[in-house]
Design a binder for this molecule. Structure first.
Ligand code: ATP
Length: 887
């Protein structure tokens, strides 16, 4: 490896053939990309198609089935070859469906990973652009600032206050100070290479310009990447539970099948036939697809959420979203538009307005991108507003900077709430310019009590108008102090004035806040801004309601955690807080049993984002670190997006529940049919093995998946959040599964009974009865899928055909089933005979019965709920029981 840290900057730039002012040209970068490959760590390769196909066959039940088919083939001397072939085909088709489903889920997850991947700030042809980190090449000049993930190994060219957390690489817990120092000895250990930044580490403070020396697997990170291959497996609680339930159900199924097999033997039925039936039933009834369906529904739901601006990074967050009881949101940019305009400038001494605006413009990193009558600036919106305000009065930042070149700086951080820059005057002396939160800044200024009080009251008056207020101040220095820090630069200042900025609320947030309250979710504002500004905005948005209180970070410092936990429900606004307060607020709400969503953007927000049940990072304003720590990224930084994500989360959970409802009630129906037929000693099984397997193919995956993509039902945001600890299988839900399954089973047996004893000619009875049972069971399930589409609402209300996927699933199932019932060659294969019109009529009547009965049951349930609601106060009570129990 090349020891870049041991060379001079000039040597490094020369060897990498790059220019520090212009960076590489796109053409050269393209050539290098081809030569060095993308800036990525190698990933584990996926297994090949055949491997995965065989993997599917490893399922023990499938193996038993194949063995049974082979056995039957051998026992009958090859007579049953058609059955065996059909079994093989069905098993193969099933495996293909599973593989394609897994593929879809995998692709969806990969797309998400890419969307949440960080972008790097790169100089190409003299212009700064944002690029995917994979496109970086050696020789690229990159800009780093607090919160960035270092995208590649790089040599530092210039830096101000740069600190990097390299614990991932060196194990050193304290962030390392970095600087563009000259050559270091060749044997300098990794942890001491102060002039380098390392891929995969995090910038915790300051900023820097660097030149990339190594990318991808050539980085220090790449060298140890072998250890990191294979991503963490993030199964959602629901997925885990489904895998478990699937196992339990498999066990139950197997027991039932074994009992059935035993009973059949006792009754003197043919051993092999009985065995085949038992195994086919097990394959049909075991919900082996359940975990996959849960994954797919989650992944599809996540894709839908992306279209609405929320990128969910970890699937478990989707489930948790539905349980969210509190949303703690930043103010600036999330509740407001972050479109700042300076509307008020106040200076205690007359004639200092221009000085105040000059400080605002110079002590900022925003740049004027258009001068003239309609000036515009780019960068942090707060700072851009200052630059624009100055330009409006003829103080263009570029000209100012020529006059007052910047020699040093202390970047803004939300803990200190100040920013300072040091400029050199024409006579060689220096002036420190400081801007920041007025209450903090005034504490650093030399002034008498009266003046301080006047300034503070002026600050409050502006804040009451919902303005964001910045104070500006300066101090002259003959020499630059040896150490440049807050103690040397930001003390003994001369106060210059206050600048008030308007930041209008986002128009959609008001409705989102209302939705929150209706949905039993508490919106809370957490901001670094002044208390009065915060309250004014919170009132305008409806977050702060009668009886709600606002507290400041200082108040929190004096409040023990126990007291905060007690009082937390009264606080709607937290002002002037620093990131570490966010952590305490999250913990306090969690102690009250609430599931907390919390927004954040800065480096210091990461711990709170991790601690929250749903950490939401800002996609636009957020740092890589915040995005890395979060569960969800808001592409538009909007509060309303969180609320819509919660709505989606609730909808997705409900849909998964529907898919489970459908699959399990159908499987219960299948088991019951065969089980009762055995126990009641029918002299022939109502369904033959191939029919059972076919049934599994027609009714299992497609309708269940279609239920998974049901549109979110209206009214989901009028219910209290789901209790995260409550089991999916509540008493009511289990009961519903049981009676609906029993109904399906009994209807099938009825069809068989009618076919055998009532409708058919004596000679053909078996075949006709068998066909009727087969048709009834399949069609019953296809129809049943429709009434499962809503737990409460009537099918007519949600619209019979409003789910296109369901219509498709139904049609495909219907065509498949009709073809095995009506097409002669298939009839032979599937053991069916043509049905008479009367038989068809009976089958159809029986098949639609579940829809009619289930719809009637829902209607009765709704009528019951209406009666309860008419009792005064009853509407609120059931809404909040779940929440209040947790206390
Ligand atoms: P939120 O937490 O809702 O996003 P915020 O953006 O006001 O609110 P911070 O960014 O932590 O929170 O800012 C806190 C305070 O620091 C602001 O109220 C403002 O007074 C001051 N401030 C913000 N940006 C700057 C800056 N670029 N330079 C100097 N001071 C700033």
């Amino acid at each position: 490896m090349n020891a870049w840290y041991a060379k001079s900057v000039k040597q490094v730039l020369g060897e990498l053939e790059t220019d520090r002012e212009r960076g590489l040209s796109p053409a050269e970068a393209g050539r290098r990309l081809e030569r060095w490959g993308p800036n990525e760590l190698a990933r584990q390769r996926r297994a090949g198609l055949l491997r995965r196909f065989l993997g599917q066959m490893k399922d023990p039940m499938i193996l038993v089935l194949l063995a049974a088919a082979g056995l039957s083939l051998w026992a009958t001397g090859g007579e049953d070859w058609l059955d065996a072939a059909i079994i093989l085909v069905i098993v193969a088709v099933n495996a293909c469906i599973s593989i394609s489903q897994e593929d879809n889920a995998e692709k969806a997850l990969e797309a998400l990973r890419q969307m949440s991947a960080p972008l790097a700030k790169v100089l190409r042809d003299g212009k700064e652009i944002r690029l995917e980190t994979a496109a970086l090449v050696p020789g690229d000049i990159i800009r780093l600032e607090a919160g960035d993930l270092v995208p590649a190994d790089a040599r530092i060219l210039t830096a101000a206050g740069l600190r990097c957390d390299e614990s991932a690489m060196t194990g050193e817990p304290v962030p390392a100070a970095k600087a563009p120092v000259g050559e270091l000895p060749e044997d300098t250990p990794l942890a001491d290479r102060r002039n380098m930044v390392l891929s995969g580490t995090v910038v915790t403070g300051g900023r820097a310009l660097c030149v990339i020396t190594a990318t991808g697997m050539d980085t220090e990170m790449g060298r140890i990447a072998g250890m990191l291959l294979g991503e963490e497996d993030s199964q959602t609680p629901l997925q885990k539970k489904m895998a478990e339930i699937s196992k339990t159900l498999s066990f139950v199924c197997l027991c039932v099948c074994a009992v059935m097999f035993g009973a059949g033997l006792l009754q003197g039925k043919a051993l092999l036939g009985m065995f085949m039936t038992a195994v086919s039933l097990a394959v049909a009834a075991i919900p082996e697809g359940l975990p996959a369906i849960v994954t797919i529904v989650l992944a599809l739901g996540v894709q839908r959420m992306v279209r609405r601006g929320a990128i969910v990074k970890r699937l478990p967050a989707v489930e948790t979203l539905g349980c969210a009881g509190v949303i703690c949101s930043d103010k600036t940019g999330t509740l407001t538009q972050n479109r700042m305009t300076v509307v008020d400038v106040w200076t205690p001494r007359t004639g200092e307005r221009a000085l105040a605006l000059t400080i605002g413009a110079l002590c900022s990193d925003a740049a004027l991108i258009r001068a003239g009558r309609e000036p515009a600036a780019g960068g942090d919106p707060t700072e851009a507003a200052l630059v624009v305000a100055a330009a409006r009065e003829g103080l263009e930042k570029g000209t100012l900077e020529e006059q007052w070149p910047r020699r040093a700086e202390l970047p803004f951080d939300s803990e200190r709430k100040l920013m300072s820059t040091v400029h050199q005057k024409a006579d060689g002396s220096f002036r420190v310019l400081v801007k920041g939160a007025p209450d903090v800044l005034l504490g650093r200024c030399r002034m008498d009590e009266g003046a301080r009080r006047r300034a503070l009251s002026r600050n409050e008056a502006m804040a009451l108008r919902a303005l964001r207020v910045l104070g500006v101040a300066y101090k002259d220095l003959a020499f630059l102090p040896r150490t440049l820090d807050s103690a040397t630069l930001e003390q003994g200042l001369t106060f210059t004035g206050l600048i008030g900025m308007m930041d209008p609320p986002r128009p959609e947030v008001r409705r989102a806040v209302e939705q929150c309250y209706a949905a039993g979710i508490r919106p809370v504002m957490i901001t670094g801004d002044h208390k009065l500004t915060a309250v004014a905005v919170a009132k305008e948005l409806g977050i702060c309601r009668k009886g709600d209180l606002a507290v400041t970070g200082e108040d929190l410092d004096f409040m023990p955690q126990g007291l905060l936990e007690q009082e937390v429900e009264r606080f709607a606004v937290y002002a002037r807080v620093s990131p570490e307060h966010k952590m305490r607020i999250v913990r306090a709400w969690q102690a009250r049993g609430k599931v907390v969503a919390m927004t954040g953007d800065g480096v210091n927000d990461a711990p709170a984002l991790k601690a929250a049940d749903i950490g939401c990072a800002m996609g636009v304003a957020g740092t890589d670190v915040a995005k890395g720590a979060a569960d969800m990224i808001l592409t538009d930084d909007n509060f309303a997006t969180i609320v819509s994500a919660v709505e989606q989360g609730r909808g997705i959970y409900a849909n998964i529940k529907k898919a489970i409802h459908y699959l399990l009630s159908c499987n219960i129906g299948e088991i019951l049919t065969i089980f009762l037929a055995t126990v009641l000693d029918f002299h022939q099984m109502p369904l033959v093995p191939v029919q059972l397997l076919w049934l599994n193919l027609v009714t299992d995956s497609l309708p269940a998946l279609a239920l998974g993509v049901e549109p979110v039902e209206e009214g989901v945001m009028e219910q209290a959040p789901r209790d995260a600890r409550a089991s999916l299988f509540s008493r009511a839900f289990s009961l519903r599964l049981a009676w609906q399954g029993a109904m399906v089973g009994l209807l099938t047996l009825t069809a068989y009974f009618l076919g055998e004893y009532v409708l058919s000619d004596p000679g053909e009875a078996h075949a006709a009865a068998n066909t009727m049972a087969f048709a009834t069971l399949t069609l019953c399930q296809l129809f049943h899928a429709f009434d499962v589409r809503s737990e409460r609402a009537s099918l007519l209300h949600i619209g019979v055909f409003s789910n296109a996927a369901m219509n498709r699933a139904f049609l495909i199932g219907l065509v498949m089933q009709l073809s095995v019932l009506c097409v002669p060659p298939l009839q032979a294969v599937f053991n069916t005979v043509p049905m008479s019109p009367v038989e068809w009529a009976v089958v159809l009547c029986l098949a639609v019965t579940p829809v009619v009965v289930c719809e009637a049951a829902k209607a009765a349930g709704r009528a019951g709920a209406r009666r309860v609601r008419r009792v005064p106060g009853a509407r609120r009570a059931p809404l909040y029981t779940g929440a209040s129990k947790g206390r």
